[in-house]
Design a protein around this ligand. Structure first.
Ligand code: CDT
Length: 298
């Protein structure tokens, strides 16, 4: 069977003045820890190199400083080198500025120091303009363009890998797009504030909605999920933890306990995807796409 140990590296807060080199050193330590536990791949959070800067209204150099113009740049190179040294795969989220000056909320998959795939976040949450009534901003719609790569699936680690980023995990379309292409494991990172200013009555449901979304996505598509939080009190904003490894049955196989740097692992058997896909969710047998036209109507 196609089994491997997979790791999720939850990160505690990254301070506004923490350098990329410092964040990368924390990630390297967790990659070594994961490797020591037999892991073949480790998943890091969304925008893992820096603090979650969309919580502030920024312009000019104060904004552009948060974006990576090369991957890997000098500060991130140690992560690529360690991946090569340990024979490890990793998933990393970061803010990308392209040579053409376009901006994306991006994640990459690297194995053995080599870039295997890239994804750019499609479902950008938040708002475009400064809203002073909020205790903190969520300006992803201002700072990033909608991802232009679709939902690609890559051959990796002996199986089929997909990626998504944070808010994407709440959308069934994300999981279905990946499931339809045969993804067997989905890697994702998130920065989810515990407080949701437009609907604070849902604050107590943030951990529940995280699990509900990921477990449903896994079950309904017969995929594994490796989900990494950036957690804890970051610049006065509480971010949920609860990083997860979820099986194609929807069961939680590992879960982070706190809101600090923490590595969780589980053995994932990629052949278990078929338990779901050959049965209740046999797409070829049971889907009725001729009735789903509304899903893609503009
Ligand atoms: N980073 C990210 O996508 N966070 C959102 C926060 C809620 S919407 C303001 C999320 O879906 O978790």
């Amino acid at each position: 069977r196609r089994k491997l140990v997979a790791a999720v590296a939850q990160m505690g807060p990254v301070a506004r003045d923490e350098t990329r080199a410092s964040a990368v050193a924390r990630m390297c330590e967790m990659m070594r820890d994961a490797s020591g536990r037999g892991a073949r791949v480790v998943v890091f959070p969304e925008l893992a190199l820096t603090t979650f800067f969309p919580r502030w209204f920024l312009e000019g150099e104060a904004l552009s400083a948060w974006f990576e113009t090369e991957m890997p740049g000098p500060a991130v190179r140690p992560l690529f080198e360690l991946s090569q040294e340990l024979g490890m795969g990793f998933h990393l989220g970061y803010a990308e500025r392209t040579d053409a000056g376009r901006h994306f909320n991006t994640a990459i998959l690297v194995d053995g120091g080599r870039l295997l795939g890239k994804y750019r976040k499609v479902h950008l949450p938040g708002h475009r303009d400064e809203e002073s009534w909020r205790p903190f901003q969520h300006l992803e719609k201002r700072y990033f363009e909608t991802g232009d790569l679709g939902f690609p699936v890559f051959d990796a680690l002996g199986g089929k890998a997909g990626m998504c980023i944070c808010n994407d995990r709440r959308w069934p379309e994300t999981w279905r797009m990946l499931g339809l292409q045969g993804a067997e494991f989905v890697m994702l990172g998130y920065n989810t504030p515990a407080h949701y200013p437009p609907a604070p009555e849902h604050d107590h449901l943030q951990y529940f909605h995280n699990e509900l979304s990921i477990q449903a996505g896994c079950y309904q598509n017969g995929v594994w999920a490796l989900a990494a939080a950036k957690a804890g009190c970051e610049e006065g904003c509480d971010l949920i933890g609860g990083s997860l490894i979820v099986a194609p049955t929807g069961e939680i196989m590992a879960k982070a306990g706190g809101v600090e740097d923490e590595v969780i692992t589980a053995e994932i058997d990629l052949d278990r995807c078929a338990e779901i896909r050959r049965n209740i969710f046999d797409f070829a047998l049971h889907r009725e796409p001729q009735t789903y036209g509304l899903l893609t109507a503009l």
